[in-house]
Design a protein around this ligand. Structure first.
Ligand SMILES: NC(=O)c1ccc[n+]([C@@H]2O[C@H](COP(=O)([O-])OP(=O)(O)OC[C@H]3O[C@@H](n4cnc5c(N)ncnc54)[C@H](O)[C@@H]3O)[C@@H](O)[C@H]2O)c1
Ligand SMILES: N[C@@H](CCO)C(=O)O
Ligand code: NA
Length: 430
C-alpha cells in the first residue's frame, strides 16, 4: 500500500550530477513513488549560485544555506553532490545527527574518511550509500557489498576513471593532444571540478581505496594506494605499446596477497594486450574485473562518468535508502573485520616494459642484461633499433617485484653506455 506522507529529500549541490538527479526526481516522480511505496519530495536544494536558472526546480526550494537545510529535522535523505572534503563531511555528519540518511557520490571524502562517516551513520542508525562514487552508473559497490558477501574476493582490476580513459583513447585512436582531449572531457561533464584529481590518478586512487576496503573487508585509505597519473604518457609510449600488440590504460588494481595476509592497491598507466577486454573500453566508459574464490571472474562494464549515468546510480541508492526508511531497517554498514595490512608498492609483482637510449657498440646489450640478472629480473624479450651511433633498446621482463625493477633501473642509469631511460611502463593483463 502507498504511504501518502512523502519522504523528504534535500539535495546538496546542483551541478553536473545534482541537476540530473533533480530532473529525474521530478520527471519520474510517479515511478519512484510506486517503487518505494511512498512519494519522494524534493524538499530543498542547496546551491552556491542562487541566481543561476535551474529549469524545473521551484525557486522556493533553492537555498544557499546547506547547513540550515540538513538541520531542518524533517529531511529523510540528504543527497550530497557538492564534492570535496569540506563542507561535505560536516554537512553529512550534521545530516546524520539530525535524523537523515545519506546518499553521496563523493569518492574523495569516502576514501579519506569512509570509516568515520560509517561510524556516525551506525551510531545514528542511518544509511550511508555511495554507488555513484565508483565507476559511475555501473553497479559495483552493491554487488561487492551484497551479492558477493558470501564469496571471497581476491582481486579487483579495471578502468575506474572516465576522464583519463577518454583522454588516453583519444590520444591513441585520433592522435589528439592531451590538453585538447582533457578540455573535451571537462566540457562533457566527466572531469572533476579540478581535473588534476583525474589526470594525476587521485580520483582513481580514491576509488581503488573504496573498492579494496569493501572487497577485502578491511580498511584502505587514499594514502595507502600507490598512485601514478597519466600526464607523462606520450605518443611515443603509444607507439611502443602498438609495437607490442598493446594499448595503454590507467588501471586500478587491488589484490589480496597469495598468503591472504595482506593486500595491495595501486593506480598507474599500464600496457595491456589489444586482445584483452579492457583494451576495447572506449571513451568515458569504465570496466572492472572482480575475481573471487567461488564465482571466478566477473566483469562490470558501463558509463563511468557524466551527469545522467551518475544520477542513475544516485537514484538507485535513493530508492534503496527510502525503502529502508519505510521498513525501519538499514542497509549493510562498513565491514572491515579482517584488518589486513596494505603492503608497499615494492612488494607488487608484475611485468615491465622499459625503453632505454644506449650507445650502439659491442658489449652494451650484455652489460644491460647483466644488470637485470644481478637484480633477479628475468628478461622476456629485447628489441634493439639503431639510430646514428646510438640505439633504442626495449626490454620486456617476466614477473618481478617493483622493488627489484626499481633497483635495476637505478643501476642502468649509472651505466656510461645508457644515455637515458626513456620510459618505464608496467604490463598487465597477460
Ligand atoms: N561528474 C561526474 O561524472 C561524476 C561521476 C561520479 C561522481 N561524481 C561526484 O559527484 C559529486 C558532484 O560532481 P559534479 O560533477 O556534479 O560536480 P559539479 O562541480 O558540477 O557540481 C558541484 C556543485 O556543488 C556546488 N557547491 C559547492 N559547494 C557548495 C556548497 N557549500 N553548498 C551548495 N552547493 C555547493 C557547486 O556550485 C556545483 O554546482 C562529486 O563528489 C564528484 O566527484 C561526479
Ligand atoms: N571524474 C570522474 C567522474 C566519475 O567518478 C571520472 O572521470 O571518472
Ligand atoms: Na557505481
Amino acid at each position: 500500500m502507498m504511504r501518502t506522507r512523502p519522504l523528504k529529500v534535500a539535495l546538496l549541490g546542483c551541478g553536473v550530477v545534482g541537476s540530473e538527479v533533480a530532473r529525474i526526481m521530478m520527471t519520474h516522480a510517479d515511478d519512484l513513488a510506486a517503487r518505494i511505496g511512498a512519494p519522494v519530495e524534493l524538499a530543498g536544494v542547496a546551491v552556491r549560485r542562487p541566481d543561476k536558472v535551474r529549469e524545473g526546480i521551484p525557486a522556493e526550494l533553492i537555498t544557499t544555506d546547506a547547513t540550515a537545510l540538513v538541520k531542518r529535522g524533517d529531511i529523510d535523505v540528504v543527497v550530497e553532490l557538492i564534492g570535496g572534503i569540506e563542507p561535505a563531511r560536516s554537512l553529512i555528519t550534521t545530516a546524520f545527527e539530525h535524523g537523515a540518511s545519506v546518499v553521496s557520490a563523493n569518492k574523495a571524502l569516502l576514501a579519506q574518511d569512509g570509516a568515520g562517516l560509517h561510524a556516525i551513520a551506525e551510531e545514528q542508525n542511518k544509511d550511508l550509500y555511495y554507488e555513484a562514487a565508483v565507476a559511475g552508473a555501473i553497479p559495483l559497490i552493491r554487488p561487492l557489498r551484497e551479492s558477493l558477501a558470501g564469496d571471497k574476493v581476491n582481486r579487483v582490476l579495471g578502468i575506474v576513471n572516465g576522464t583519463t580513459n577518454f583522454i588516453l583513447d583519444k590520444m591513441d585512436t585520433t592522435g589528439a593532444g592531451y590538453q585538447e582531449a582533457l578540455d573535451e572531457a571537462s566540457a562533457l561533464g566527466y572531469a572533476e571540478a579540478d581535473p588534476t584529481a583525474d589526470v594525476e590518478g587521485f580520483d582513481a586512487a580514491a576509488k581503488a581505496a573504496i573498492l579494496a576496503g569493501i572487497a577485502f573487508h578491511t580498511r584502505v585509505r587514499l594514502d595507502d594506494v600507490y598512485r601514478e597519473g597519466m600526464t607523462e604518457v606520450t605518443a611515443a609510449d603509444f607507439a611502443s605499446a602498438k609495437g607490442m600488440g598493446c594499448t595503454i590504460k590507467l588501471l586500478a588494481i587491488c589484490e589480496r596477497a597469495a598468503d591472504g595476509e595482506s593486500v595491495t592497491a595501486r593506480v598507474h598507466p599500464a600496457m595491456i594486450p589489444l586482445a584483452h577486454p579492457l583494451a576495447s573500453v572506449r571513451g568515458a566508459y569504465n570496466a572492472v574485473f572482480v575475481e573471487s574464490d567461488a564465482a571466478g571472474q566477473l566483469m562490470f562494464y558501463g558509463p563511468g562518468a557524466g551527469g545522467s549515468p551518475t544520477a542513475s546510480a544516485v537514484l538507485g541508492d535513493l530508492v534503496a535508502v527510502c525503502r529502508n526508511r519505510l521498513s525501519g531497517a538499514t542497509g549493510p554498514g562498513a565491514s572491515a573485520y579482517t584488518q589486513l595490512p596494505v603492503s608497499p608498492m615494492g612488494e607488487v609483482v608484475t611485468r615491465y616494459h622499459i625503453s632505454l637510449d644506449v650507445a650502439d657498440k659491442p658489449g652494451v646489450l650484455a652489460q644491460v642484461a647483466t644488470v637485470f640478472a644481478e637484480h633477479g629480473v628475468s628478461i622476456d624479450t629485447v628489441r634493439q633499433q639503431g639510430k646514428d651511433g646510438e640505439a633504442s633498446l626495449v626490454v620486456v621482463t617476466h614477473h618481478a617485484s617493483d622493488a627489484s625493477l626499481n633497483g635495476t633501473v637505478e643501476a642502468l642509469r649509472n651505466l656510461d653506455t645508457v644515455r637515458g631511460v626513456a620510459s618505464i611502463m608496467r604490463v598487465e593483463g597477460e
